[in-house]
Unconditional design. Sequence first.
Length: 350
Amino acid sequence: MNSKRRATLSDVAREAGVSPVTVSRAIRHPEMLSAQLRERVETTIRALNYIPNHLASALASTRTQIVGVIVPSLTNGVFDDYLGAIQDVLNPAGIQVLVSNVRYSVEQEERAVETLLGYHPEAMIMAGVDQTERSQQMLRGSGIPVVQTMDVTDRPIDLNIGLDHSAAGYAAVHYLHAQGHRKIAHLTARGDPRARRRHAGYQKAMDDLGLPTAGLVALSPRTSDVAMGGTLFSDVLAEDPNVSAVFTCNDDLALGTLFECQRRGMRVPDDVAIVGFNDLEFCGASVPTLSSVSTERQKMGTWAAQSILEIIRGSGKRPAQRSVDVGFSIITRGSTRLPAATTRDAKKFS
């Protein structure tokens, strides 16, 4: 066989001395063949480096064994945990996960939806609930299960699991206020609608408490990183050097704020208290450790994947609870003083 030509199913059948149907069964239903025959076909497949044409199989069977997942970032640790949970459920079931990174762009997300649906996935999982109207139309018209995650919405496309980010931001401010802080800053960066909702929660809490926010909010149009936390905190200190607490829209900014405090000789939490968001692994390893709003991202990924698996492989019915608010909790560590005063318990899954 020409080594430059991709091996076909017929090539495998000819080399193994079996019919193409037998090769297909060895790939899709190996339990139907004897151990000896299955080994012969598998040996030939490896020798020829044969890769099955899943699109052709899908056209014949209407099953692709593919689930599409769209996330805004592949460098953010939040989505690493989330994707791992999805794969831990779907991969053992023989379903491959196709992931598209749309870099916090709804336009890129729209193109990704169209592209992934072109592969005829058996389901789609979306990080977020703020798709464009066209994306929503394509997903609703696909006829497959769609799970929107990471946020909550009153109008889900199909299934929804997430948390109320505005409520979480609101709770973080009240947590710091309960410790006696009145000048509470908020640092945020160019981000997704979830970060904007956290800021809205911060602003509402400050308004409700009668606390001014002038000079206490620092925003960057760029995607956040650790260094940005120090830059934004410096901007706030230039406006008001008497800041006593900082709530950041994510843990990267919180860590950068901590580093800037250390550069300036400011003690944490004695001079400045810090609360991050997401409770990434490094929060428990920094010195001092960082308090953070903990999000149940692994549970979101697991619930989304299990719900899809039940629909496409099991009963075919949606879960009784089609919209789940997993809640959040404030994890107290060394960057704040008092035990967490505000916790929203996760609702039980159906």
